[in-house]
Design a protein around this ligand. Structure first.
Ligand SMILES: CC(C)(COP(=O)(O)OP(=O)(O)OC[C@H]1O[C@@H](n2cnc3c(N)ncnc32)[C@H](O)[C@@H]1OP(=O)(O)O)[C@@H](O)C(=O)NCCC(=O)NCCS
Length: 394
């Protein structure tokens, strides 16, 4: 590892349950969900919110309810002192892995001692693309910019992945996520969300509800049902609603501390960040940079794939994970259950700005469950990037 002033300790890592599209969480604002998540995080660690110096908050669609620097507004909505700062980070799908990176880098360099790093995306309330703008003609002239689903199709074609390959992977994702829920594997990372839901028979009566379990998982799905779904992006394509990440709502947060601060507050860190890697790749093919980002993160951590006992790769699309497995030669590790052991974006859903921190939380939980030491989480990123982070359980 490179010389650092202090470890960047992961004191704790939590998340909301993930709400399906237009499901339970669609009845509450993202900053209000996030406020409950960060309050749950500090409360269960006995941390006075006034000790937190900054909230680094990932969010992709920064308009409407997610506008005006939702990072800062989340701290205010949580009732935290005005002294707690907040910023909002956009590295597209990698936004809250980037906020984790920002927090770790600030701690490693000695500039900050206690940071909450996470993110939010309420895709039911603020749809993906609703902050759509335009790019410079200079970019359009250089690259054929397409939507992510088209890139997922092209990756499937270029890596010779069949529709059956994509559906088999995706079916297994749902089965793994359902098993994880049934076995309570997410219990430690989930902060239940309290909210008012309209009564089923009445538009006006509200019922106080405690939402505690991920609801996008399709445990009843079958390979045959998935094979019957129509292509979602091109008429003769292989990418469907079944083998794409789901549109969902969620929030996740990681409490990152320096060694000195953790010791002063009597905190018991669960893990530490060892290194991050980012990679830029072709903006058209877009989603194939995970292997390069991982290589860089592993090099910074001074570790290799053989050291990684748990590997999380964001299931943006099944083709992206299968391309990653092919390029890294890790297919057997997926079969063995070391890669995405508890499902991912296809089954749990991919709330864009929250997923990176969600993956950190799930990775730390899984390392603890296995009594394992090292793990990595990687995510592809829209318009041709990827980011990965390596953690060590303590
Ligand atoms: C692919 C996509 C367009 C599909 O959107 P959608 O049509 O709204 O998707 P839904 O989840 O409503 O599913 C559509 C249908 O497929 C069915 N379906 C989806 N997954 C299924 C599964 N695993 N098994 C069985 N049926 C399934 C649903 O039941 C639904 O049918 P219904 O309308 O009869 O209920 C959308 O999920 C998407 O854009 N995903 C990618 C998001 C993205 O790009 N993120 C960034 C990544 S880089």
């Amino acid at each position: 590892m490179a010389a650092q002033k202090t470890d960047a300790l992961i004191v704790d890592a939590v998340r909301s349950p993930i709400g399906k599209k237009n499901g339970t969480l669609s009845h509450i604002r993202g900053d209000d969900v996030s406020a409950q998540v960060i309050n749950g995080l500090v409360e269960r660690n006995g941390v006075d919110p006034g000790e937190v110096e900054d909230l680094q908050w990932g969010c992709v669609s920064q308009v409407d309810e997610q506008a005006w620097n939702t990072g800062r507004n989340t701290a205010l909505a949580a009732g935290w002192p005005v002294s707690v700062c907040g910023t909002t980070v956009d590295r597209q799908c990698g936004s809250s892995m980037q906020s984790n990176f920002n927090a770790a880098a600030a701690v490693w360099s000695g500039q900050l001692d206690l940071v909450v790093a996470g993110g939010v995306e309420m895709m039911s309330r603020v749809p993906m693309g609703s902050n759509r703008g335009s790019m410079s003609d200079a970019v359009y002239e250089r690259f054929d910019i397409v939507m992510q689903g088209i890139s997922a199709e092209e990756i499937a074609a270029k890596w010779n992945l069949s529709r059956e390959d994509l559906d088999r992977y995706s079916y297994e994702s749902h089965m793994r996520a359902a098993r994880a829920i049934d076995e309570g594997r997410f219990d430690k990372e989930i902060i239940p969300i309290e909210l008012d839901l309209p009564a089923p028979d009445s538009g006006t009566t509200l019922i106080r509800t405690r939402f505690a379990v991920d609801e996008a998982v399709r445990r009843e799905t079958t390979v045959e049902r998935m094979a019957s779904l129509q292509p979602a992006f091109v008429p003769d394509g292989k990418v469907t609603a079944g083998n794409s990440s789901q549109i969902v709502d969620g929030s996740a947060a990681v409490l990152v501390a320096s060694e000195e601060k953790a010791s002063a507050l009597g905190l018991e860190p669960r893990a530490r960040f060892l290194g991050f890697g980012i990679a830029g790749v072709d903006p058209h093919l877009m989603l194939h940079g995970n292997p390069q980002a991982c290589d860089r993160a592993l090099a910074k951590a001074g570790l290799t794939w053989d050291d990684m006992e748990v590997i999380e790769v964001n299931e943006a699309f099944a083709s992206v994970v299968l391309q990653f497995l092919a390029d890294t030669n890790l297919g057997e590790r997926w079969e063995a259950g070391d890669v995405n052991p508890n499902g991912g974006g296809i089954s749990l859903g991919h709330p864009l700005g929250a997923t990176g921190a969600r993956m950190t939380a799930t990775l730390v939980s899984e390392l603890e469950r296995r009594n394992a030491r090292y793990g990595i989480a990687a995510m592809c990123i829209g318009f041709g990037q990827a980011i990965a982070g390596v953690v060590e359980r303590l």
